[in-house]
Design a binder for this molecule. Structure first.
Ligand code: IPM
Ligand code: MG
Length: 355
């Protein structure tokens, strides 16, 4: 099985190195090939998503992705910024379904910023639509103009849109996922203000009629943001659009102790997937060897399960992660009194040893 490995910028290379180390320790035949993506690809080839990188990803059985983005590229025109690499991969590969599970491991109950009783046993799944919404509408503004300015205008805008098929397919994904869990879907929208999300609500409700065994409720996004920190365990599956899903998944990650713990899978209609931590490139801590590699290691486990049909290997990785947490090993983001502070590399080595 061929894996395209795209480490990217910032802490990307450090955390991906640890995930690759873990994958190599398994007895699964994997061929891994690495390519540049994001700011480093722009620096080397003049484009954040070079043709060769996209080709490698398309030819692979799955993609393991680190993170992209660095302040030094903030002034570039929109289409050359590092973030365009991941957006381009999602769009080009048709990765419309983004799974972001938020699970609070027993050992990390005290690392969460919420009271232990609110997060103990937490296991929710955010399903974020990933190739539509305001992320892929028509933008207009200074950074979309080729000379860096948008002459004659003092405004900028983006357009939010969803089509019926886009909503239907992500709704089906959510209901089917809920069937394998606690049979509850909360669809998050802003139907009280936005036409796009009134349509979203209507279409999700229609699809829901095909799943009478799954409970469906609708929630406005502002309320959902509040409920996530008030009573997160009341949720099972949350399905939402691209922008709200981006925001709510960062919020949900803190329930698990740290954003450094949250893996993700982005799938297309045939279960081809790109696997990446939900966090970003964290340029402020890049190169220091202190980033938490567990979100990426857990993303590699999701890759084995969803795209490579290796559920046993996935489970071994997840068990190994729990074992190192039980041993008390912690990177800085999940450190608390009485635990052992380790580096990125030490954490990766410990997972390999636990395997
Ligand atoms: C994420 C990230 C990306 C997004 C950025 C890097 C484009 O925040 O995967 O959540 O907004 O989708
Ligand atoms: Mg995000």
């Amino acid at each position: 099985m061929k894996i395209a490995v795209l480490p990217g910028d910032g802490i990307g290379p450090e955390i991906v190195t640890e995930a690759v180390k873990v994958l190599k320790a398994l007895d699964v035949p994997l061929e891994m090939e690495t390519a540049l993506v994001g700011g480093c690809a722009y620096a080397a080839h003049g484009h954040p998503l070079p043709e060769a990188t996209l080709k490698l990803a398309k030819a692979a059985d799955a993609v393991l992705f680190g993170a992209v983005g660095d302040w030094q590229y903030d002034k570039l025109e929109r289409h050359l910024r590092p973030e365009q690499a991941i957006l381009g991969l999602r769009k080009n590969l048709g990765l419309f379904a983004n799974f972001r599970p938020a699970i609070c491991y027993e050992q990390l109950v005290n690392a969460s910023s919420l009271k232990p009783e609110l997060v103990a046993g937490l296991d929710i799944l955010i399903i974020r639509e990933l190739t539509g919404d305001i992320y892929f509408g028509q933008p207009r503004g200074r950074r979309t103009a080729t000379d860096g300015h948008f002459p004659g205008s003092d405004e900028a805008y983006d357009t939010m849109r969803y089509s019926r098929p886009e909503i239907e397919r992500i709704a089906h994904v959510a209901f089917q996922a809920a069937r394998k869990r606690n049979k509850k879907v909360t669809s998050v929208d802003k139907a009280n203000v936005l036409e796009t999300f009134q349509f979203w609500r209507d279409v999700v409700a229609e699809v829901g009629q095909q799943y009478p065994d799954v409970a469906l409720d609708h929630m406005y996004v502002d309320n959902a943001a509040m409920q996530l920190v008030r009573a997160p365990k009341a949720f099972d599956v949350i399905v939402t659009g691209n922008l709200f899903g981006d925001i709510l998944s960062d919020e949900a990650s803190m329930l698990t102790g740290s954003i450094g713990m949250l893996p993700s899978a982005s799938l297309n209609a045939s279960n081809f997937g790109l696997y990446e931590p939900s966090h970003g490139s964290a340029p402020d801590i890049a190169g220091k060897g202190i980033a938490n590699p567990l979100a990426t290691i857990l993303s590699a486990a999701m890759m084995l399960r969803f795209s490579l049909n290796q559920a046993d290997a996935a489970q071994r990785i997840e068990a190994a992660v729990q074992a190192v947490l039980r041993q008390g090993l912690r990177t800085g983001d999940i450190y608390s009194n009485g635990t052992t502070l380790v580096t990125t590399v030490e954490m990766g080595n410990a997972v390999v040893k636990a395997l």
